[in-house]
Design a protein around this ligand. Structure first.
Ligand SMILES: *[C@@H]1O[C@H](CO)[C@@H](O)[C@H](O)[C@H]1NC(C)=O
Length: 353
């Protein structure tokens, strides 16, 4: 059949169609990417920072610590190795001004030698600009570099690629800034490893992509720390404590710390709450805050309530006390609202224990 358009018009229509098709394709592939799971990239052999670094280096920086490190006087250092260089090294002087604690850096393997060899203009500036661009706050730079001076050895392009990966997985800028600041080693890991980690938590806990993102952004240590303790805690929850997979998913999502908690503390807390207080699994699942509080506090409060005849944790009873409330409110609120007693009475009771 003869086409009803002139040559020029046809070309235009065709072009528009091609563009439409392309944008449709782009949109589809973006949608597909969004839905793609984590953990699909092939692992590559690389530096295992878990083994290279002391455990303390992988810990998150708390707000207090960040403030402290900045406010601390710059001298004296505990060790003299790096200090000897400070007067002669513009680089070290500048790092000190940024709030880097050299006495801590030189305790990290090879870090002292690394810093002494670096040139501020060529090696350091670009990393500082990168970190600022990622959104690390000025007062976080010192604590960040104190924990991870190795970042100066990374290629900025590789670092950018990892940030781009996180962005492609819909971590927004603010989230990335917070994660990188709190877990200074995060960007040392390859895209493959980050993807594997996300895949691990998604599969192991049966979480959606969004919930996985939420989980690791609340505890970025899950991406940088060793997986062994996590696997162990998951096994403990399942085998020793007897939680079902969907219960573990729920607890871990609410209290991510349970995944990295000390195993002994975890089992002791469970033992007390389940076997002494008589709380069944499904109630523990709904109110997992007990796993984020001191066992001593739980014991003291439970014993006081038992003494008063108020230890009722069954939701079907009118005098029911929610487990979350039991552990999360301050002493005054616990006494007046839950125990219906005075703080003095509680203190007196504690002395009799
Ligand atoms: C765990 O407890 C701390 C304080 O004791 C609190 O700041 C934090 O929000 C709690 N974490 C969760 C996930 O509830």
């Amino acid at each position: 059949m003869k086409q009803a358009c002139g040559k020029g018009l046809c070309l235009k229509v065709k072009t528009v169609l091609v563009i439409l098709n392309m944008s449709l394709l782009l949109e589809i592939s973006e949608k597909m990417l969004e839905r793609l799971n984590f953990g699909l990239l092939k692992p590559k052999k690389e530096t295992d920072w878990d083994n290279v670094l002391p455990l303390s280096a992988l810990e998150e920086i708390s707000k207090e610590e960040a403030v402290q490190t900045v406010a601390k006087p710059l001298f004296p250092f505990e060790s003299f190795t790096l200090r000897d260089y400070v007067d002669h090294s513009e680089t070290l002087t500048k790092l000190v001004h940024l709030g880097v604690d050299l006495s801590k850096v030189e305790k990290l393997r090879n870090a002292g030698q690394l810093l002494v060899r670096l040139d501020f203009e060529n090696d350091i500036k670009k990393i500082l600009l990168f970190l600022k661009d990622v959104g690390v706050e000025d007062n976080q730079l010192g604590p960040f570099l104190t924990k991870n001076p190795y970042i100066f050895t990374e290629d900025t392009e590789a670092l950018e690629t990892r940030v781009a990966y996180l962005k492609s997985k819909k971590f927004d800028k603010e989230l990335i800034a917070r994660m990188v600041s709190r877990a200074p080693f995060l960007l040392m890991f390859s895209v493959e490893r980050l993807d594997n980690r996300l895949g691990f938590f998604q599969k192991e806990l049966g979480l959606s992509v969004q919930k996985t993102r939420d989980l690791v952004s609340r505890l970025p240590r899950l991406l940088t720390g060793s997986l062994e303790p996590v696997k162990e805690n998951l096994a403990v929850c399942r085998i020793e404590l007897g939680f079902r997979p969907n219960e573990i998913q729920h607890i871990a999502f609410k209290i991510p710390k349970i995944l990295t908690a000390n195993k002994k503390k975890l089992t002791e807390t469970f033992d007390y709450v389940h076997n002494v207080m008589g709380i069944p699994h499904h109630i523990l699942t709904n109110f997992p805050q007990v796993f984020n509080s001191s066992l001593l506090k739980v014991k003291e409060r439970h014993m006081f309530l038992t003494f008063l005849g108020r230890a009722q944790y069954d939701p079907r009873q009118p005098s029911y006390i929610s487990l979350d409330k039991l552990v999360s409110v301050p002493n005054e609120v616990f006494c007046t609202e839950i125990a219906k007693a005075s703080v003095q009475d509680f203190m007196k009771f504690l002395k009799t224990l």
